[in-house]
Design a protein around this ligand. Structure first.
Ligand code: 13P
Length: 266
């Protein structure tokens, strides 16, 4: 059974002065042993958030990592520098693909770098609105998965078993629009199918958690968690609000319990 994961992507919000208190407040409002909670603040807030989350069961993640471990790359942060600060890392977020021109090749190599460095990558994929309107959404996402797996040398599912994939339709990010639960579920199947098409076994592909991301709130999360193929959410704007996070994680805890019972009584 796959665990349910709720990851908070704080994007370029909070400062070292206030991030620790916000993280502590969210951790206290979201206690749920069956739900994996991850908070991804900006780099400069990682240390205060790590300290604030100590003993809470919530984990810390970075929002990006460089593909190399060091060198002349002004302004960049490597996996080696993240050691001791985070155990998770978002990779290939659509805002980085858009603003930093990250390609599937680079994203795949970053996913591989995370795995080599012992970080759990939250690898983001998702289509643009015109792809969806043209009926190409699944094809585009399958291509994203294939290209990144090839570039990262990840045709062996055993190597990639700690990967988490976040399906984030670009048109649903920061817009208040969300995909339907059924669309997200179909995409999760397409993603796992793409893993299999690239050399993973069926069991390895089925073991990978797929999260939904795109304007998720306490009010909208239920539709996604009602889908057995969806294993949680990557939350943006709402993840800065403790009350929203409390609602999202509470719903996730209910879903985790229902899934556990379904396994016990097939
Ligand atoms: P919003 O929830 O603000 O739409 O952001 C989603 C996202 O990009 C999470 O990574």
């Amino acid at each position: 059974m796959r665990t349910i994961i709720i990851a908070a992507n704080w994007k370029m919000n909070t400062t070292p002065a206030d991030a620790g208190a916000l993280a502590a407040e969210i951790a206290a409002a979201t206690e749920a042993p069956d739900v994996t909670r991850v908070i991804c603040p900006p780099y400069v807030c990682l240390a205060p958030v790590r300290d604030a989350l100590e003993g809470t069961g919530a984990a810390v993640g970075a929002q990006n990592v460089h593909v190399l471990d060091g060198g002349a790359f002004t302004g960049e942060i490597s996996a080696a520098m993240l050691r001791g600060l985070v155990t998770w890392c978002i990779v290939g977020h659509s805002e980085r693909r858009r603003d930093q021109c990250e390609t599937d090749d680079l994203v795949g190599r970053k996913v591989a770098r995370c795995l080599e460095s012992g970080l759990r990558p939250i690898w983001c994929v998702g289509e643009q609105l015109d792809d969806r309107e043209a009926g190409r959404a699944e094809e585009v996402v399958r291509e994203q998965v294939s290209r990144a797996l090839t570039a990262g040398g990840l045709a062996n599912g055993e190597l990639g078993k700690s990967i988490v994939i976040a399906y984030e339709p670009v048109w649903a990010i920061g817009t208040g629009r969300t995909a339907r639960g059924a669309d997200a579920s179909a995409m999760a199947d397409a993603i796992r199918g793409a893993l299999e098409a690239n050399g993973w076994t069926h069991e390895q592909a089925e073991a990978i958690p797929v999260l939904y991301g795109g304007s998720v709130t306490a009010a909208s999360i239920g539709e996604f968690l009602a889908e057995p193929a969806i294993d949680g959410a990557l939350v943006g704007g709402a993840s800065l609000k403790p009350a929203e996070m409390a609602g999202i994680v509470a719903r996730a805890a209910t879903a985790a319990q229902a899934r556990r019972e379904a396994v016990r009584q097939p």
